[in-house]
Design a protein around this ligand. Structure first.
Ligand code: FES
Length: 309
């Protein structure tokens, strides 16, 4: 990006005024905006002033636009110096804006810069005959046909050092030139032509309606429905087989070992449960075998065959 300054005083005109047609056009632009918002027309008016003044904006034109819109000249100057669409230096009859951004650079823009230097001269200067000037700019949005350049209001794409040099010479000598792709692309299709929709049958109108297309579509739909039903049936069958395999497995083999023990029996160490080994026997449940009862009675002095009271 170059530094944007006004042109030297030596090339600045003493004054600028819109011609009658452009004055009328400017009034129409201003009338589009509500009262008090005339400053909104600053860009179209600067653009028209540049167009009238051989493609560049002198200080006098910027000041004339400011007067027309009732704006401070500095505010219009800010707009003119910010947007690169406004040329602040004189340009040639054919103003070349050469794209130097990455896609164009990868496709040979550097070589095109050398052509500009050879054929036109340094950047931002007008050739001795006044016919050509050039400037490197950022992406112009035609990357798919890179490298490219905008010359005045036209795009020239798929440039090579050879065809670009010939193009500049043709412009210089007023010969007719071809805009757009220089290698015959009609759009942004691949180099060498399009690669899709090439089947000639697609463009053969005689095949439209040929055959019983309704029958064909019906058969296709029926086949699709049958295939879907067969798939669903196969999946259901597989699930059924899996389920019966699981049922046939022995429970003991599948259950964890801990689950085979009596689940409801409390552990002796659990809170609130008897902790003695004697109470942890089946006898603790209330039944005392005869031998134990006899021994207890004997030790208490009671007859062995009488119940203990
Ligand atoms: S990079 Fe050159 S046109 Fe986009």
């Amino acid at each position: 990006m170059s530094v944007r300054r006004l042109a030297p005083d030596a090339v600045q005109p003493a004054s600028f005024a819109f011609d009658a047609a452009n004055e009328n056009w400017a009034d129409q632009q201003i009338a589009k905006y509500p009262e008090g918002r005339q400053a909104s027309a600053v860009i179209p008016l600067l653009w028209k002033a540049q167009e009238q003044h051989d493609g560049w904006l002198p200080r006098a034109a910027i000041e004339a636009v400011a007067r027309k819109l009732g704006m401070a000249p500095m505010r219009v100057m800010e707009v003119a110096t910010f947007y690169t669409m406004f040329n602040l230096q004189p340009v040639g009859e054919h103003f070349v804006q050469l794209c130097g951004t990455t896609p164009c650079a990868l496709r040979g823009a550097e070589a095109l810069k050398k052509v500009c230097l050879d054929v036109i001269g340094p950047q931002s200067t007008v050739s001795a005959d006044g016919k050509l000037s050039w400037l490197e700019v950022e992406c112009l949005g035609a990357c798919c046909n890179a490298p490219m350049a905008q010359i005045n209001f036209d795009y020239y794409e798929d440039l090579t050092p050879e065809n670009f040099k010939a193009l500049l010479e043709d412009l210089r000598h007023g010969r007719p030139v071809k805009t757009g792709s220089q290698i015959g692309r009609s759009g942004s299709e691949p180099v060498g032509g399009g690669e899709t929709l090439k089947d000639p049958a697609l463009y053969d109108g005689s095949v439209i309606g040929a055959g019983d297309w309704q029958k064909r579509v019906t058969e296709q739909r029926k086949a699709a429905a049958e295939a879907a039903a067969a798939k669903a049936a196969a999946e259901a069958e597989a699930k059924k087989a899996e389920a019966s395999k699981t049922d046939a497995t022995p429970a003991a083999a599948t259950k964890p070992a801990t689950e085979t023990a009596a689940p409801g029996r409390p552990k002796p160490s659990e809170p609130g449960q008897p902790t003695s080994a004697a109470n942890d026997t089946p006898a603790a449940g209330g039944k005392v075998d005869a031998k134990s009862a006899a021994e207890s009675a004997k030790s208490a002095g009671a007859p062995a065959d009488k119940p203990v009271k």
